[in-house]
Write a protein that binds this ligand. Structure first.
Ligand SMILES: Cc1cc2nc3c(=O)[nH]c(=O)nc-3n(C[C@H](O)[C@H](O)[C@H](O)COP(=O)(O)OP(=O)(O)OC[C@H]3O[C@@H](n4cnc5c(N)ncnc54)[C@H](O)[C@@H]3O)c2cc1C
Length: 387
């Protein structure tokens, strides 16, 4: 790697690092992005592509997701790789009276926060999605949600950045960071040193390992999600779908435990394959699939979409969500080390939040301030916490 210095070095070639490289390139900053394997080798290449708002907490989380969705719509015209954005809406389906009461409250809070979500009864649900099981009592629905191809989006960001002069270096690991005690001065890689004063840690579930290189404690842990893929049968499910129990599992503090339970997510790709998922398991960096989890996912999926029982499953995979204790990413500068910027910990929302993250981190680097405050995302919110 004949590269001796760079204005900005980004570690991590997932959707987040790639989005940052792209938005920096729009501002004339030619970053160097270092990826230890290949682009999309981490969670960004092993996930669904749902661009959901209803799964975000009203407040800053939802606000960021709404802004990101708008940016993604515009990026369809800009990025050099088509990333199959389809704005077909999103459903959270309701199976019990208890869930209905919870989801009524959820919709009210989301509407107050400016999201166009609504409660559908059984009949309305069948109009939106006719193949769903008759046992469903209804759903919440937002027409502004959609889906994309996450790997294509990631490649779109990297290729877009390269067209404006960014360097994307794959097969190269960050192995150390040099400082003068106060400021980042260089990044060590397994093929040499790059001098820089700005380093971005966008390594998703691996961000903690980068933190250790400079004695910064970063409370991000890998949370495994297993997914099943069906054969292609277009037209079965237009909107993205979650069960109400999935929302409960996502925000339940019991999710800190190792668990395979917790609802269902389902969406149909551009080609017609259904992605059925997924687990939320704290099992370290283990990306294997387990028979037990796949059986649970398959049986939940048939319960919600009965037509699935005659379809072939063609493969299974698992990805590692970068989990933080409060479900929000860690973004921005860190205390006590100038030039070290965090952009990791998006858990199950990184695809949806990629564009706004790229935009805000590029603003921080170039202008020193951001259009949306990053205060809620600062690493120091965990200072006294144990994970
Ligand atoms: C089953 C599942 C379903 C999901 N569904 C959705 C969804 O529908 N919508 C949504 O918005 N999100 C979803 N997510 C979440 C989403 O996948 C993540 O939030 C997002 O991909 C995180 O992106 P990232 O760039 O931070 O991390 P990653 O994509 O993991 O990228 C980090 C990269 O850093 C590299 N790296 C690590 N260490 C080093 C090093 N030392 N030097 C250089 N490179 C290094 C890794 O190789 C990796 O490529 C899902 C996740 C899973 C697992």
């Amino acid at each position: 790697m004949a590269l001796k210095n760079a204005e900005v070095v980004i570690a991590g070639g997932g959707v987040i690092g790639s989005a940052i490289a792209y938005f920096l390139s729009l501002k004339g900053v030619k970053a160097v992005l270092l990826e230890k394997e290949g682009i999309g080798a981490g969670s960004s290449g092993a996930c669904d592509g749902a661009v959901l708002m209803q799964s975000k907490k009203p407040g800053i989380h939802l606000k960021m997701a709404m802004q990101s969705r708008t940016l993604l719509e515009g990026l369809q015209e800009e990025l050099p790789v088509p990333f199959e954005f389809e704005k077909n809406g999103g459903l959270i389906v309701i199976e019990t009276e208890e869930e209905r009461v919870l989801m009524e409250r959820h919709v009210m809070a989301q509407r107050e926060a400016g999201l166009d979500s609504e409660l559908l009864d059984e009949k309305q649900l069948r109009t939106v999605s006719p193949h769903l099981s008759p046992h469903l009592l209804g759903a919440t629905y937002s027409s502004s949600e959609g889906k994309i191809n996450p790997l294509a989006l990631t490649l779109g960001f990297t290729r877009g950045a390269m067209q404006s002069g960014a360097r994307i270096v794959t097969g190269t690991s960050v192995v150390g960071i040099t400082t003068d005690g106060e400021q980042v001065t260089a990044v060590q890689t397994d093929s040499g040193q790059i001098e820089t004063h700005t380093f971005v840690n966008a390594t998703g579930s691996y961000a903690t390992q980068i933190g250790k290189m400079v004695d910064i404690d970063i409370p991000i842990r890998p949370k495994r999600g297993q997914l099943l893929v069906t054969e292609a049968r277009p037209g079965l499910l237009k909107p993205c779908l979650l069960t109400a129990s999935y929302i409960a599992a996502k925000y339940n503090s019991a999710a800190k435990k190792k668990t395979t339970s917790g609802g269902l997510s389902m969406d149909q790709t551009h080609n017609g394959n259904l992605l059925l998922g997924s687990t939320r398991e704290l099992v370290g960096y283990d990306k294997r699939n387990t028979a037990d989890a796949l059986k649970q996912i398959a049986s939940r999926a048939v319960r919600i979409l009965p037509g699935l029982k005659d379809m072939m499953l063609i493969r299974a995979f698992a990805g590692l969500r970068p989990y933080t204790p409060d479900g929000l990413p860690i973004l921005g500068k860190v205390d006590n080390l100038k030039g070290f910027i965090m952009a990791a910990g998006h858990e199950g929302d990184g695809i949806a939040l990629s564009a706004i993250t790229g935009k805000l981190i590029s603003e921080l680097i170039v202008h020193g301030e951001t259009a949306v405050s990053l205060e809620n995302f600062n690493l120091n919110r965990f200072a006294a916490e144990q994970i």
